[in-house]
Ligand binder design. Structure first.
Ligand code: ZN
Length: 295
């Protein structure tokens, strides 16, 4: 089992975030977008008056996972701050360093969240990898691209050329369950990079499919069950910035319930790099062509 988090933003009081929240309020009013105006406005007010410390949501995630002895991987975004769909923080800010310390202190992994426009560029990936090394002392082994940006062989080739040993981008944003029915990690034809396919992403459930409460939990579980039954790899992607948020309470609630249900199955839960190491060790020691991943 593979728990993961894409770190798109960390600051509560941040221009793009406040503008996005205000836009969300406008769309609730004018376009009937799902949401709670009072809670959304309270979120903006909090950001302006008493912003949430950047580390808080990470502490919450680690605490939720530690209840079951689980650890996870955090993919940290690198791209220019002002770019369209860029990260809303800088790798040099003190908060992300404190977050990195917190995450690594808990035995979790930091990987790269690949930038929106550089997803097929080996040089872009190399630059991001170096930035992560310089700022946080992380030698990233794994990657997942922002917005699940992915175009198949080209993406894998660029990631591999930049030195990544596994990718976790393979999934759909608008539907649940593994893309192309891929329930196990796999090495794409002609490549050496290992793919860890996605099973359920928070944004798919709550935003793209518009689910809420028990219905969201049930839908997620229906996507997870066949993967469990096939002895496959269950991969969850939950964004850090929807924790401790009254307006998005279902997001955190569903994550907590899913971990409880999964914990009851006594899975082997590991970080991406541990799964990668394990998979390659099994592949090497096995006489079989297709190694079984017991995760
Ligand atoms: Zn992202």
């Amino acid at each position: 089992m593979f728990l993961s988090h894409d770190v798109d933003q960390i600051h509560d009081r941040e221009l793009f975030r406040v503008l996005a929240d205000l836009n969300h309020v406008r769309r609730i009013w004018t376009q009937g977008e799902k949401g709670d105006v009072a809670l959304a406005l309270r979120r903006v007010a909090r950001a302006l008056v008493a912003p949430k410390p950047a580390e808080k949501d990470f502490g919450t995630i680690l605490e939720i996972e530690a209840r079951h002895g689980f650890r996870s991987t955090f993919f940290v975004l690198h791209d220019p701050y002002w770019s369209r769909n860029g990260p809303r923080y800088r790798l040099t800010c003190p908060e992300i360093r404190r977050i990195a310390d917190l995450v690594r202190g808990a035995g979790c992994e930091i990987g790269l969240h690949g930038g929106y426009l550089r997803f097929n560029q080996a040089d872009g990936y190399r630059e991001s990898r170096a930035a992560l090394r310089d700022a946080l002392g992380v030698d990233a082994v794994g990657i997942r691209n922002h917005f699940l940006r992915f175009s198949g062989a080209e993406t894998w080739a660029a990631q591999e050329a930049a030195g990544f040993r596994y990718d976790a981008t393979f999934g759909w944003a608008d539907q649940l369950g593994p893309r192309d029915g891929q329930r196990l990690p796999f090495v794409p034809a002609g490549r050496s990079i290992l793919e860890l396919p996605l099973t359920v992403m928070d944004v798919t459930l709550f935003r793209n499919l518009g689910l809420a409460g028990e219905a969201a939990l049930d839908a997620a579980w229906r996507a997870i069950e066949p993967v469990v039954q096939a002895g496959g790899l269950v991969t969850l992607l939950w964004h850090n910035n929807y924790f401790n948020e009254p307006e998005y309470r279902d997001w955190q609630w569903t994550y907590e319930r899913l971990l409880e249900r999964l914990a009851a199955l006594k899975p082997w839960c590991a970080t991406g790099v541990e799964i990668e190491n394990h998979w390659r060790a099994v592949a090497e020691n096995s006489a079989l062509d297709a190694p079984q991943a017991s995760v």
